[in-house]
Design a protein around this ligand. Structure first.
Ligand SMILES: Nc1ncnc2c1ncn2[C@@H]1O[C@H](COP(=O)(O)OP(=O)(O)OP(=O)(O)O)[C@@H](O)[C@H]1O
Ligand SMILES: [Mg+2]
Length: 253
């Protein structure tokens, strides 16, 4: 059983698209999966067809409600804990040790799943720290634009700090390049640069730019439901296989 956070404090780099479709890809491959939406924007919940919800991860974090009460079964193998806009308040409250609440609450359900995937918000605040504290692995989504690697060092530093201070289990599972177009010189350059900096941590699978991925989100469907034959579905299935391989070989870097 593995808990994997999809993170990057930069906004709009493909975290949610990756969290949703990796979770769906794992579920399609026969694994029992739960996706947790830790972003107050609630994009992952929306992408899977959920509108405003009453029972969300906020109840667990703010009131220590039983996590089992907020789980929604979307498919037999794919469960979701939705998010709420109130989650933004969690960043500010001053409760001691609040970053451990998520980790502790997952103890109730950990054994029911093969994978728990956490979609992080675009910040390095208490929500992302909580997700990393509860995780075995972190996957970083990286969009190949000129400033992509700027700030990555800060992120890796935070990852190390969380590992040292809060969660010794935490490892970097890999860096996934999203919205990749190999016809663009800049994209090829950023990929090369990422490989120079992060070596084998960069997943071999790159997620190509594919409009079906954006369309599926407005339809409230994951990509395998929306169009199982498009490039996006093909890429996320390949990524799923690579993730399973890395996790089972404990190939984290
Ligand atoms: N491979 C792709 N091809 C085409 N569009 C994509 C792809 N990946 C993501 N997008 C689109 O790019 C936008 C940002 O993606 P996404 O929401 O996954 O990023 P994010 O990192 O979760 O953003 P935020 O930081 O706001 O949470 C969305 O509109 C999404 O539909
Ligand atoms: Mg997002």
């Amino acid at each position: 059983m593995s808990v994997v956070s999809i993170a990057n404090h930069k906004g709009g780099v493909g975290k949610t698209t990756t969290a949703v479709n990796l979770a769906a890809g794992l579920a399609r491959s026969g694994y029992k999966v739960m996706l947790i939406d830790m972003d107050p924007q609630s994009n992952a919940s929306f992408c899977l067809g959920l509108k405003k919800q009453d029972r969300t991860i906020y109840q667990v974090l703010a009131f220590q409600d039983d996590v089992r009460k907020v789980i929604q079964e979307l498919e037999p193998n794919l469960h979701l804990i939705p998010s709420s806009v109130h989650l933004a308040g969690f960043e500010k409250n001053s409760e001691v040790g609040k970053e451990f609440i998520l980790q502790e609450s997952l103890d109730q359900v950990r054994d029911n799943y093969d994978f728990i995937i956490i979609d992080c918000p675009p910040s390095l605040g208490a929500l992302t720290i909580s997700a990393l504290t509860a995780s075995d692995y972190c996957m970083v989504a990286l969009q190949p634009e000129s400033l992509a690697l700027k700030g990555m060092d800060d992120f890796i530093r935070i990852l190390r700090t969380v590992k040292t201070r809060m969660n010794n289990q935490l490892d970097l599972l890999g860096v996934v390049i999203t919205q990749y177009d190999n016809r663009k010189v800049l994209h090829r350059e950023v990929l090369e640069y990422a490989i120079q900096n992060y070596g084998e941590a960069v997943f071999n699978t790159h997620i190509r730019g594919n409009v079906a991925l954006a369309e599926s989100q407005s339809m409230g469907q994951h990509i395998f439901e929306y169009d199982a034959l498009c490039n996006g579905a093909e890429d996320y299935l390949e990524l799923t296989k690579e993730v399973v391989k890395r996790v089972s070989a404990e190939l984290a870097v």
